[in-house]
Ligand binder design. Structure first.
Ligand SMILES: Nc1ncnc2c1ncn2[C@@H]1O[C@H](COP(=O)(O)OP(=O)(O)O)[C@@H](O)[C@H]1O
Ligand SMILES: [Mg+2]
Length: 472
């Protein structure tokens, strides 16, 4: 079983990032709430103190009672401290015995008109906000007014907020964990599928296909794997077919050779003419075998990419002229007219001279072989800034549905007819390979019973490439 490692890695990263964000956010929220409550509290206590100072400053004798009530009502404790640090008035729950919040330097600075503000923790651990302010009486006497407000309310509120934050954080974390797991599954499942599929393909199960339809990178990777499998399958099938064809093609001439050799060895002939006829067949079949082996060897080299071209700047018309000249006797033998129509002068072409001749000869050979009467016209011209070489015959033609197949190895339209001419079915596949290796293209147009036209085009080299000489 393949472990879901990508899913785990992805999950860990997402959860890690989420945790960091969550902790930072929680911390920021906590600080924000603390500050908010503290500011709120400070403002409230300060306002209260100002109020009390205002009340205490009035000459009214009932003010002390009013301050006590006010303190009781506002849940704060109030202390009046005189210049000698004696508590003159006390109200509220804070015990008067605890005087530790009263510091001599504070008192003297309050009495000289300043305001003191502090946070203070008593010996029972209770926390207070403390504000000290000066109170001036009508008689010029100044006392210090201390207001102490317990922060227990604020702290319990803060505790609640923190609890809520932790709960919300935990919930969000669990949710993120779930979503991450889901995403990791969704993302890694196709990858695991692909891994399994590629293993199968590697093991030779080339019919394996992936069923992943997403339109993202994963989808296009799956598509590429499917293409690769299809390509490998096609390659394997064609390879198998190729070997089947080779053995068939080799077996036929070998059978002839064996048979006629036996006939000769056992002297199963009656006349010398008969013997010569058999020897002739043996010679013909040997030549066929030789041609087949040569063609196969050439094709194999091209397919393996071991094929070497010796590119040069060529005068293509000359190559065609020579090839036409070589084939003239064959055309004449069959009573065919062979005409060369050259629209020169043409720029030079970059290619391998011998290979170019092979292309021309192969096409001419086919045209002569598959034409019984009429003519073969060879054209050399330019078309859309490319060189055009065409061979047109008035021969048997090729059915439309077979036009795309004739360039395949061993494909022959009419097996017996082609064999009669010594054809191997490899000529056109070699021509196509040679044309493509030299940057060209090949097409065929044909009407059965009327004739065929094979067209080859090559690009002219750019002036920079033409280092071998100036164009004509
Ligand atoms: N000029 C042509 N006219 C008619 N048929 C042709 C022509 N050239 C090729 N063919 C058909 O295409 C097949 C493949 O050609 P090729 O690869 O040269 O093999 P072959 O060795 O049979 O000539 C031939 O068997 C023939 O049926
Ligand atoms: Mg041929």
């Amino acid at each position: 079983m393949i472990s879901n490692r990508i899913g785990k890695k992805l999950g860990l990263i997402i959860v890690g990032v989420f945790l960091v964000v969550l902790v930072a956010l929680g911390f920021a929220l906590d600080v924000m709430f603390s500050n908010f409550y503290r500011t709120e509290m400070t403002t409230r206590v300060e306002e209260l103190s100002k109020h009390m100072v205002a009340m205490a400053s009035s000459p009214n004798t009932t003010t002390q009672e009013m301050i006590k009530d006010f303190a009781e009502f506002s849940e704060v404790s109030v202390f009046y401290v005189d210049g000698k640090e004696n508590i003159v008035l006390h109200s509220g729950r804070h015990i008067p015995a605890d005087r530790s919040f009263i510091q001599s330097e504070d008192v003297s600075s309050i009495l000289s008109g300043s305001k003191v503000r502090e946070e203070y923790t008593d010996d029972r651990g209770q926390r207070f906000f403390m504000i000290g302010m000066p109170v001036s009486h009508g008689d010029g006497q100044t006392e210090a007014l201390y207001v102490l407000a317990s922060s227990s309310h604020m702290e319990s509120s803060l505790r609640n907020v923190r609890q809520l934050l932790v709960l919300a954080g935990l919930g969000a974390f669990l949710l993120a964990l779930g979503i991450t797991w889901l995403i990791a599954q969704i993302l890694s499942r196709p990858l695991l599928q692909m891994q399994r599929a590629t293993r199968k393909i590697a093991a030779g199960e080339l019919e394996t296909r992936l069923d992943i339809s997403s339109r993202d990178e994963v989808g296009s990777l799956a598509e590429s794997i499917n293409d690769l499998a299809a390509h490998l399958q096609r390659y394997r099938d064609s390879q198998q077919e190729f070997f089947a064809n080779i053995s068939h093609e080799l077996r036929t001439p070998i059978t002839y050779l064996e048979g006629y050799a036996k006939v000769l060895k056992n002297r199963l002939y009656e006349t010398d003419e008969e013997r010569d006829q058999y020897l002739g067949i043996i010679e013909q079949e040997s030549l066929r075998l030789q041609r087949l082996v040569n063609d196969l060897f050439e094709l194999a080299k091209m397919e393996e990419g071991r094929f070497e071209l010796n590119p040069d700047l060529l005068e293509f018309e000359e190559i065609v002229e020579q090839a036409v000249h070589k084939m003239e006797w064959r055309a004449k033998q069959k009573g065919l007219e062979l005409k060369l129509d050259c629209h020169g002068p043409l720029p030079r072409l970059r290619g391998d001279g011998l290979r170019m001749e092979q292309i021309v000869i192969n096409l001419l050979d086919n045209a002569i072989s598959y034409t019984e009467e009429g003519s073969i016209i060879v054209t050399v011209d330019t078309r859309e800034s490319r060189l055009l070489f065409a061979v047109e015959d008035t021969g048997v033609g090729i059915p439309e549905n077979e036009l795309s197949l004739i360039f395949e190895r061993f494909y022959r339209v009419e097996k017996s007819r082609s064999r009669k001419f010594g054809g191997t079915g490899l000529g056109l596949s070699i021509v196509k390979k040679l044309v493509e290796l030299q940057g060209g293209e090949i097409y065929v147009i044909s009407t059965p019973g009327t004739g065929s036209r094979f067209e080859v085009t090559f690009p002219f080299p750019s002036p920079v490439e033409e280092t071998g000489g100036t164009p004509r």
